[in-house]
Design a protein around this ligand. Sequence first.
Ligand code: TRP
Length: 331
Amino acid sequence: MKRWILYAVTAGAAAGIGMFLTGCGGLQRPSGEAQNGVKKIAVVQLMQHGSLDAANQGFLAGLAQNGFPADKIQVDQQNAQGDQSNLKSIAARFKGDKPDLICAIATPAAQAAANDIHDVPIVGIAITDYVQAKLVQSNEKPGGNVTGASDMNPVNRQIDMALKLMPGAKKVGLLYNSSEVNSEVQGREMKKYAAEKGLTVVEKTVSSVNDIQQAAESMTGQIDFLYVPTDNILASSMPTLLKMTDAARIPVIAGAESMVKDGALASLSVDYYQLGVQAGAMAAKILKGEVQASALPVETQQNLIVVINKKNADLLGIGIPEEIAGKARFE
Ligand code: TRP
């Protein structure tokens, strides 16, 4: 019994600083039920990246707002640094730990957790398409142990915004990693809408960070602007891409706010912090036993923000029409 009390106190203190560090002090983590009503939450984030970091912070805020402040949870934060084999070992660890709930941030992270773990609820955040990623049977009735908040972005409205910024544009580049289902879904949407708008699409895919420069270079002189969806490989290499596109004076319209912070021209983006808050509220419902993940529909978010990189606009000589500038956040 003493060991449990000691454990609960340590866990409480660790949760207080927002993180539970493993491997220190040789304390054994008990499996199964958390002690004294403290819930064990395991978080796996694909990599460090503005949007994903914001989602993570929002998630903890959402939990706190819904009955699970820091002293009621014990959080094991894991970041896979964009590495697939890290995702696998993190999932294996979570499986052994049996937390009360897993939060998975970005599609590959959720897929790795869901592949391995079937008896713990998994709440995803920043997942473009739960159905295409084979995480749920349907958005309305997930059917398994996975649900969460989707960041499917308004591709059509992003292109509309691009056309207001670059009114004469006729040819659009599309660049993404072909092995990310989240990017594929957005790419498909983009091509469909571009066709409706009479735009020609020049599509290039990459399979690793190493391909980005060449793919971008091959579009030089062929496109009026480049569209980049919320692609994890590209997000991790925005500086490489933007060095190239800036030199070639190619405006980049991005799927998410953080890519504009990195230097892309503009985005009409989901608010990732708010998306995290939303997912935190969903997780709280599951933790309270009000609903099971299988019956909790996937949620989306209508809270969109216009983000413009002023420095990049100036570099490219693009004026921001008042209609857009009026509601934009400038990075
Ligand atoms: N939507 C992506 C996914 O499903 C994750 C993501 C969110 C992202 N925001 C981003 C990727 C910004 C790149 C840039 O995995």
